[in-house]
Design a protein around this ligand. Sequence first.
Ligand code: PRP
Ligand code: URA
Length: 213
Amino acid sequence: MKNYPNVVIFEHPLIRHKIAHLRDEKTSTKEFRELIEEITTLMTYEVLREGVPTAVKTVKTPLETCEQTVVADNAIAIVPILRAGLGMVSGIHTLFPAARVGHIGMYRDEETLEPKEYYCKLPDGIEDKLVLLVDPMLATGGSACDAIALLKKRGCKNIKFMAIIGAPEGVSKVAETYPDVNVYVSTLDRQLNENGYILPGLGDAGDRLFGTK
Ligand code: PRP
Ligand code: URA
């Protein structure tokens, strides 16, 4: 895959360790949910290194008063792509409990692999926030691109997309379609199979998260 200036692939040893457990078909629904949450928190630490709206606050220490940079109030919105993106929300809330949450419902048509939107509810004022769009799986990139298009239509200008596992096809599609969107992927897998599943991947993230199969 090409190098894209708007893409960060983590390949961090600690995250890789957790992803190994996540992939394992023997991992229970409970453990799967916990791992998605932990990996998301680890990712968020790096994702927020740049582009976070900040404010200056005056703090009085026991010795003197100083000016400190803090994350601005109400600056971050989390937008999971349903269903599997829901599993990532708590991992960000651990760090920013007050972050507002919007929801975009999409499922892939099993034949065409085209995403179908079935739900959208976004917080008021989202256009002025840093939007963390989350979905553990970035396969063809269709769902992520449609979700980004929807956010842009609502006026969002500061969008970061976070996925845990990416396929080269999907990463390239999002990076090239939206060069102004930062894309963060924990690990880059080999390829898609003929049914649009990521290899080696972890199977269907929604089913594993919610125990539906
Ligand atoms: C999965 C996943 C992404 C999408 C990725 O959702 O959570 O949203 O597929 O595939 P793409 O990059 O090819 O669009 P799915 O459509 O299976 O819906 P679900 O979460 O409701 O199971
Ligand atoms: N969606 C998933 O849940 N898994 C894949 O491998 C591809 C799309």
